[in-house]
Design a protein around this ligand. Structure first.
Ligand SMILES: NC(=O)c1ccc[n+]([C@@H]2O[C@H](COP(=O)([O-])OP(=O)(O)OC[C@H]3O[C@@H](n4cnc5c(N)ncnc54)[C@H](O)[C@@H]3O)[C@@H](O)[C@H]2O)c1
Ligand SMILES: [Zn+2]
Length: 405
């Protein structure tokens, strides 16, 4: 038996934020990040609309990018005191993900972070509150997904929490929120969305319900991401929808090892002063993983179908896979994203010398590969890598060398 789960309501299009006026409840907590939503005036609108709906409001601000276990626990304490019946998370993937995990802890105060990370092992939520997610970046689609990514900074590892229980009740996909994104954020989150759609399409859990969403998202992202990066606001509006479609696909079809590798390298070098930003990591690793997965005949065929939808040409599946890889690498160039970790600067832009030195990378390679294999996204990848293969793959991502195994 398979399951296909989405939020009960998805409000989309300009002005969708106003849907908040129709919410019913007594107390709403608004969870948000470092200030971009306040600066854009969106936080004030959310407060006004919820007050118009007759709700008492509490704010939980300052959720950091790649949120920590500690932030989750602090937020849950505030919820415990305020007893909201609505949790409204607004911002990028980080505050929304953090709020999802706070929700679990709020509903079940004895739950530990380890308990939360048991894949599809959460108890029933919604005994205390419902959840509304309002995305301001065009990438993670966490407003519609069954996932939340929380970082354990002691271990330097990002853990996915995965369960349909944390699929929000309501998603608001209002493109105006995405207009204030700086170019680098557009690039990184957009390639995150492209990776979601492609990984969902070739995942072993793909199905007739997820395929149309994934393939249409790929086409839309191909047609709008670079334009959106170059400040075409109509294209940016379309990207906000496209990333959500990709999210609907991957929340139900799951992902693959591009994400496993991005999760396990993301914070692995945080002690050197930077993260490998999620979307940028995906953008760099995706072409390498496609070459690796294409050794699986079913996956190769599916990449061929993607290439056909993208009108890339090619007369055999091998050729189509090659053209797809070339196309994605060109997108990275157009979006000013590096091709490999050794050229990934601390600011997320291409650099002559990246922030991760070769010796540190090689020293940590064994553990990163082992953790990536254990990541919740590995199980649905079309080809299961051995420890040796994962190390080789990660090396190709470090040096930008060809994947021929
Ligand atoms: N839950 C999921 O299904 C899922 C999927 C993929 C990634 N993730 C996780 O999501 C996180 C990344 O989220 P993200 O890429 O959305 O970025 P983010 O939430 O980390 O935000 C990055 C920065 O952009 C700023 N920002 C956000 N929206 C803005 C706007 N409209 N205008 C100007 N600035 C804005 C934020 O203040 C922040 O400084 C990672 O932790 C990643 O692992 C989750
Ligand atoms: Zn992602």
């Amino acid at each position: 038996m398979a399951r296909f789960t989405l939020p009960r309501d998805i409000y989309h299009g300009k002005g969708a934020l106003e849907a908040l006026k129709t919410f019913e409840g007594k107390r709403a907590i608004i969870c948000t990040g470092g200030g971009s939503m306040k600066r854009g005036g969106f936080l004030q609108k959310v407060e006004d609309y919820l007050k118009e709906a007759g709700m008492e409001i509490e704010l939980f601000e300052g959720i950091e990018p790649d949120p920590s276990v500690e932030t989750v626990m602090r937020g849950a304490e505030v919820m415990q005191k305020f007893q909201p019946d609505w949790i409204i998370a607004i911002g990028g993937g980080s505050p929304i993900d953090a709020a999802k995990a706070m929700w679990i802890k709020y509903e079940y105060p004895d739950t530990t972070f380890e308990d939360m990370c048991k894949v599809f092992g959460l108890p029933k939520l919604r005994t205390k509150a419902k959840f509304c997610a309002i995305s301001s970046t065009s990438g993670t689609a966490t407003e519609v997904t069954a996932f939340s990514i929380i970082t354990d900074y002691q271990k330097g590892i990002k853990y996915p929490i995965a369960d349909f229980e944390i699929t929000p009740d309501v998603a608001i996909v209002d493109p105006e929120l995405a207009h204030t994104m700086p170019k680098k954020l557009v690039a990184h989150t957009g390639m995150d969305a492209m990776t979601h759609a492609i990984e969902a399409y070739v995942s072993t859990a793909n199905c007739a319900y997820t395929d149309p969403l994934a393939i249409h998202a790929i086409e839309m992202i191909m047609n709008t991401l670079v334009k959106s990066y170059n400040e075409d606001m109509e294209a940016r509006d379309a990207m906000h929808d496209a990333q959500c479609l990709a999210g609907m696909a991957f929340s139900n079809a799951l992902l693959g090892i591009v994400h496993s590798m991005a999760h396990k390298t993301g914070a692995a070098f945080a002690d050197l002063g930077a993260h490998i930003i999620h979307g940028a990591a995906n953008a760099m690793y995706l072409p390498k993983v496609i070459a690796f997965n294409a050794k699986d005949p079913v996956a190769k065929k599916r990449y061929g179908v993607i290439a056909d939808y993208m009108h890339l040409g090619g007369s055999s599946d091998d050729e189509k896979v090659k053209l797809l890889i070339e196309y994605l690498r060109k997108m990275n160039d157009d979006l000013n994203i590096p091709h490999s970790i050794n050229h990934y600067g601390a600011d997320g832009l291409p650099a002559e010398v990246g922030f991760v030195p070769e010796d540190v990378f090689l020293e940590r390679l064994h553990d990163i590969a082992a953790n990536a294999i254990l990541d919740a996204c590995t199980g649905s990848n079309p080809r299961q890598p051995s420890q040796e293969e994962m190390e080789k793959l990660l090396k190709c991502c470090y040096y930008d060398t060809e994947v021929d195994f």
